[in-house]
Design a protein around this ligand. Structure first.
Ligand code: HEC
Length: 108
């Protein structure tokens, strides 16, 4: 009995946490780079990350840096390492990029 109820609790906690971070905005069934991720990077990152300086201008560069990128965009406001510098992505945009990795970093 104890095991069953703690399993239920665990599931309840997990789904609540997901709702909290998911911002209730639906994210595409399957996230791809060209459809979902590139527009976010183009609008928020390449002003600084253009060719030459830690570029994030194409699929390969973003894919190869994905763990670093998720680390930087998920940092709390005020953290000097948070990206984009001086701002923040919305929770929905962060979800899209995180889900892109979970979906297998597809290009199209
Ligand atoms: C206003 C300019 C600016 C914007 C906009 C910006 N960055 Fe940065 N970014 C920097 C600078 C400067 C550094 C180097 C200093 C540092 O590591 O914090 C950096 C470093 C990084 C690094 C670490 C690179 C490495 O080699 O370790 C990542 C990853 C990163 N940015 C991702 C992003 C992403 C993703 C976005 C958009 C959501 C973004 N940045 C938007 C200026 C910017």
């Amino acid at each position: 009995m104890y095991i069953i109820s703690s399993a239920v609790l665990l599931i309840a906690c997990e789904s609540r946490t997901y709702e909290e971070i998911s911002d209730k905005t639906p994210v595409a069934e399957q996230v791809t780079f060209n459809k979902d991720v590139k527009p976010i990077i183009d609008a928020n990152c390449i002003s600084c990350h253009s060719p030459g300086s830690q570029a994030l201008t194409d699929y390969g560069q973003v894919k190869n840096n994905i763990d670093n990128i998720i680390n930087r965009i998920s940092r709390p406001t005020g953290d000097p390492l948070k990206m984009p510098q001086g701002g923040s992505l919305s929770p929905t945009q962060i979800n899209i990029i995180t889900k892109w990795k979970a979906d297998g970093l597809l290009e199209n």
